[in-house]
Design a protein around this ligand. Structure first.
Ligand code: S3P
Length: 171
């Protein structure tokens, strides 16, 4: 099996709307390993949604919690882990992922990210202004960091299976 040969987890990074969770779930099924989503795990640990958490405790506290959750999730058997868009921006988390896992950046253009995130309101960062402007700013700030991932895969408005195949090609 490919997953056994790799011997490490695969961690998906990229902006909100790039398809990390959707692609990750299918990639894990193809590799026959567990799939875990760090946002969902954060919410389970916190006992509330990420939106509520931001409102109550603020972003810095979320980032501390996210760092701890990801450190815990990286332990154990190799798996596919989809991270929240800010996770790989944190220096400690980025170093841990680069050390211990195979990182995959799912890169998408602004139009696609805007389209994929519109009409959904579980992302607190996009509620503070115009989503396109916010995403454009995040692209500028984060793309140089995401570029440190081991594998970069470009995604368009394609079925998730197509993105999965592109990732598997590069493993
Ligand atoms: C965030 C992305 C979200 C979530 C939180 C912050 C970010 O995850 O972790 O709202 O900083 O980009 P997704 O990328 O899964 O939407």
């Amino acid at each position: 099996e490919l997953a056994e040969r790799l011997g490490r987890s695969i961690v998906l990074v990229g902006l909100m709307g790039s398809g990390k969770s959707c692609v990750g779930r299918r990639l894990a099924a193809r590799l026959k390993v567990a799939f875990i989503d760090s946002d969902a795990e954060f919410e389970a640990a916190a006992g509330c949604t990420i939106s509520d958490y931001f409102a109550r405790f603020g972003e810095p506290s979320f980032r501390d919690g996210e760092r701890k959750v990801i450190a815990r999730l990286m332990e154990g058997e190799p798996k596919v882990l989809a991270t929240g868009g800010g996770a790989f921006v944190d220096p400690e988390t980025r170093a841990r992922i680069k050390d211990e896992a195979i990182s995959v950046w799912i890169r998408a253009d602004l139009d696609l990210l805007v389209k994929r995130t519109s009409g959904r309101d579980h992302r607190p960062l996009l509620k503070t202004g115009d989503p396109r402007e916010i995403l454009a700013r995040l692209m500028e700030a984060r793309y140089p960091l995401y570029a440190e991932a081991d594998i970069v895969v470009d995604t368009t408005d394609e079925p998730p299976e197509v993105t999965v195949a592109k990732i598997i090609d590069q493993l």
